[in-house]
Each structure stands twice: as structure tokens, then as C-alpha cells.
Write a protein that binds this ligand. Structure first.
Ligand code: NAP
Length: 251
């Protein structure tokens, strides 16, 4: 009984944006399995979100699912309001939702550019800004941003994506300095190539070629990123870091 009480006190309220598929879904599963109170945010994939909720329920874990387009400030406000009204606090925010687009730089339109920045960078600004006041009140918190190897090295034919992800990493470092005295940690995880819907256009031949460039000679799995998130959720002395999880693709 005492043990359970202690464990419950250690359990954290965690929001995972874009938790319906791919890396986000793996993060939701690993954290729910750790006993944390997870709120899965989705936008379009309602059925997938419901399936994850159901699957976890069968294993005895309750999660919340909440629809919000995180590129819209008003919808982010609704998401945070829901979590605060239900749990009174937010311990961890995982900014995972994102989109990708491959285009030659000369063919990127204003609309492509603005959509990319809105979806991948402004969304992180909105979610983080709406959550941080509650973390400051509690004098503790952790923000984990899923950026990308391309934010660090630059990705050919993905200039707008690379800019958005580099922006996230800049935000991570600056905010870590600003929020450190409030006991709030801010870190980025920069995945390499992970086999998800985001890469559904990559052919088998291209994956094989890619493996030759990666020292660990394999493509990343969603669980590889989720394990790093789990570690960062537990950690208490890492902040302002861009953690590469990429099989050594970029060192
Ligand atoms: P994915 O399989 O395409 O899944 C994207 C997720 O983001 C979905 O759950 C989607 O939700 C959600 N999402 C997109 N726009 C959203 C919005 N406006 N509001 C709320 N949710 C939204 O992609 P992934 O590979 O798992 O990528 C996850 C993160 O990792 C992204 O930030 C991506 O840039 C980053 N990353 C991925 C790779 C890779 O190789 N896969 C490499 C580096 C970085 P709905 O379907 O419900 O709309």
C-alpha cells in the first residue's frame, strides 16, 4: 500500500503531442507502461488514437486522448485547459508532432515555407508557452522536443524542415538557460532515420543504401527514440542538450 502510494507520487502527468502514430505512439506506450499519466494529443488520426487507448486499457493502463491541431494557438489552449482541469499540473511536455516535405529549395513556395514553420516550430512555441507558467508555479518540469538530425546537419531538399528543426534546437538552448533557475529542464532529441509513415516514400533500395552510411548499419525504430525520452523523463541533471539518436549517422 505504502509502496503503491510512493509509486503514484512519482508518476508524472505527461503530454505527448502527435501521439497517434510513429514516434509519438511509441513514446505514449513506453511512458504509460512506466505508470505515468499520459495525455495523447492527436489531430487527424482519431481512430489510431482510440486504438492505442483501448490497447493500453486492456493492459490495465488508462490514458487520455485529446484532439488538437497544435499549430493553432486556440486549440493548444484547449488541450492545456483539459489537462490542468483534470490533473492540476503538467510535469512533462513532449513536443513531438511534426510534418515533413521534400522539395528543391527553388520550388518551396511561401505557403510551403509558412506551413512548415507553423506546424513544426510555431506549434512548439505555442505548446511550450501555454505549459511553462504551470511548471514555474510548481518550480519543476521537463520539456522534451523532438527535433531532427537535419536541424543539426542540414538536409538537402528539406531546407524549410531543417530551419524549423534548427529553430527548435535554438529554443531548447535559450529556454534551458531561462528556465533552469525554475528547475525546468529543456532538451531536444534529434532522431536520425526512423522507420515511420514520415518516410513512407523511401524505397527498400534506398533504406539499404542508407544503412551503409550508418555506423550501426541499421535504420532506427520508434522504440529507440521512446527509450531516450523515458530516460530524459527520469533524469534530473540534463538540460539544454540536443541528444542525437541516430546510430552514429552523424557524429
Ligand atoms: P509520423 O509517423 O508522420 O507522425 C506524425 C505525428 O504528428 C502524427 O501522430 C500526427 O497526428 C502528428 N501531427 C502532425 N501535425 C500535427 C498537428 N498539427 N497537430 C497535432 N498533431 C500533429 O512522423 P514521425 O516519424 O513519428 O515523426 C515524429 C516527430 O519526429 C516529428 O517531429 C518528426 O519531424 C521527427 N523526426 C522524425 C524522423 C523520422 O525519420 N521519422 C527523423 C527525425 C525527426 P495525426 O495523424 O493525428 O494528425
Amino acid at each position: 500500500m505504502e509502496e503503491n502510494k510512493e509509486k503514484n507520487m512519482q508518476n508524472k502527468v505527461i503530454i505527448v503531442t502527435g501521439g497517434s502514430r510513429g514516434i509519438g505512439a511509441a513514446i505514449v506506450r513506453i511512458l504509460a507502461n512506466e505508470g505515468h499519466q499520459v495525455v495523447l494529443n492527436y489531430n487527424q488520426s482519431k481512430e489510431l488514437a482510440e486504438n492505442i487507448k483501448q490497447e493500453l486499457k486492456q493492459e490495465g493502463k488508462e490514458i487520455d486522448i485529446f484532439k488538437a491541431d497544435v499549430s493553432k494557438r486556440e486549440e493548444v489552449k484547449e488541450l492545456i485547459k483539459f489537462v490542468i482541469e483534470k490533473y492540476r499540473k503538467i510535469d512533462v511536455l513532449i513536443n513531438n508532432a511534426g510534418i515533413a516535405q521534400e522539395k528543391l529549395f527553388t520550388q518551396i513556395t511561401d505557403e510551403d515555407w509558412n506551413t512548415m514553420i507553423q506546424m513544426n516550430l510555431n506549434s512548439v512555441f505555442y505548446c511550450t508557452q501555454e505549459v511553462v507558467p504551470y511548471m514555474i508555479t510548481n518550480q519543476k518540469g521537463s520539456i522534451i522536443n523532438i527535433s531532427s538530425i537535419w536541424g543539426v546537419t542540414g538536409g538537402s531538399c528539406e531546407v524549410h524542415y531543417s530551419v524549423a528543426k534548427a529553430g527548435i534546437d535554438g529554443m531548447t538552448k535559450a529556454l534551458a538557460k531561462e528556465l533552469g533557475p525554475s528547475n525546468i529542464r529543456v532538451n531536444s532529441i534529434a532522431p536520425g532515420a526512423i522507420n515511420t509513415d514520415m518516410n513512407k516514400n523511401v524505397t527498400q533500395e534506398e533504406w539499404e543504401e542508407l544503412k551503409q552510411e550508418i555506423p550501426l548499419e541499421s535504420i532506427g525504430k520508434t522504440i529507440d527514440i521512446a527509450k531516450c525520452v523515458k530516460w530524459l523523463v527520469e533524469d534530473e541533471y540534463t538540460t539544454g542538450q540536443i541528444i542525437s539518436v541516430n546510430g552514429g549517422w552523424y557524429i
